[in-house]
Ligand binder design. Structure first.
Ligand code: PCA
Length: 324
């Protein structure tokens, strides 16, 4: 009996040992600060994956563009240089217009509506990503987008000639329509761009202003809540197909839980960020009527342009959303 027990113990040890020895290890590049809620949820996701796969898949998160810069992450995952990664979805709308679904001004401006819009867009977006060798695992919204300036702004008369940091082609268009000069800069390099004068204004959530301590350079934040853009976590298709079905199911479970937690955190933090900006000396207020009117008019043009680029699939998303 004793010998049998010993054999069982030895067998169990051998199994545990072999599964740990052959644990698959994935590096996961992420674009935003380590302390940002998106990155913290990336770590939560990795922890859940380790738990649900009993350690068979170990994911190491590399935030802040430290492994690949934000703008390089999607390509790195597509080509298999990284098996998994996270990026801002609408940053890729120039190559795949459908990814601009969450960048349509004033269409879905609450978390609830943003979620409905995602439900309407999800299948089309995921199919488009799959055609690019990517399996989308989960998405998470940023808080609503508004404008940062270093002076009071009440209309486009005040924005002429300002150097404006954009984060995708749609925001570059927005800037041009307001008479500004767009320059694309990663969030990770934003503080430096503001410090050196490469940029002197930008559009973003309170979250990125807080992460980058932009009160050191700027004075005004205008709440617009123009849209709630999303980050997404994607896996290289071949890496995904190489996982056994149990591991895939574990990743999907971890992804669903992380996604729900991340969206709730985003909503919970949105006012906190504004309070912090104000505490650090910034004027934080809703955009004035005149400015807002101009932004709405530009927003309509942007939506028209997107519909031209995204075609009937884009229109179908908007129609499905409006019918919900
Ligand atoms: N922060 C990111 C994207 C949207 C947001 O709120 C940024 O400014 O790059």
């Amino acid at each position: 009996m004793k010998i049998v027990n010993k054999l069982l113990v030895a067998g169990t040890f051998a199994l545990t040992f072999s599964s740990a020895a052959f644990a698959e290890k994935w590096d996961m590049p992420m674009a935003y600060s380590a302390t940002n809620f998106h990155s913290e949820h990336g770590v939560m996701f990795a922890d859940k994956v380790a738990e649900y796969t009993n350690g068979d898949l170990e994911i190491t998160v590399h935030p802040g563009g430290s492994l690949f810069k934000g703008g390089e992450i999607k390509r790195a995952v597509q080509t298999g240089q990284a098996p998994i990664g996270e990026r801002f979805m609408s940053a890729h709308a120039n190559e795949l217009p459908i990814l601009g679904w969450d960048n349509l001004p004033f269409l879905a401006t609450t978390y609830e509506d943003n979620d409905k819009l995602w439900q309407a867009a999800k299948d089309t977006v995921n199919a488009a990503l799959e055609s690019q060798n990517l399996v989308s695992l989960y998405t998470c919204p940023w808080p609503g987008q508004g404008f940062y300036f270093k002076k009071a702004v009440s209309s486009s008369a005040d924005t002429q000639g300002i150097k404006f940091r954009s984060y995708n082609s749609a925001t570059a268009t927005f800037a041009k329509e307001l008479g500004m000069i767009p320059v694309q800069v990663e969030a990770a390099e934003l503080s430096q761009a503001l410090a050196t004068g490469v940029a002197e204004a930008f559009i973003s959530s309170g979250s990125t202003g807080y992460d980058r301590k932009v009160w050191e350079h700027l004075t005004h934040y205008y709440k617009v809540n123009a849209w709630l853009p999303r980050n997404y976590v994607m896996v290289n298709k071949a890496a995904w197909d190489g996982l056994n079905p149990d591991t895939q199911a574990a990743l999907e479970k971890a992804a669903a839980e992380t996604s729900a937690s991340c969206a709730a955190k985003s909503a919970e933090l949105s006012d906190f960020y504004f309070e912090e900006l104000a505490k650090n000396g910034m004027t934080v207020e809703p955009a004035g009527e005149e400015f807002l009117k101009e932004l709405r008019a530009i927003g309509e043009q942007m939506t028209e342009t997107w519909l031209k680029d995204a075609g009937s699939e884009g229109q179908a998303i908007i129609d499905a959303y409006k019918g919900m």
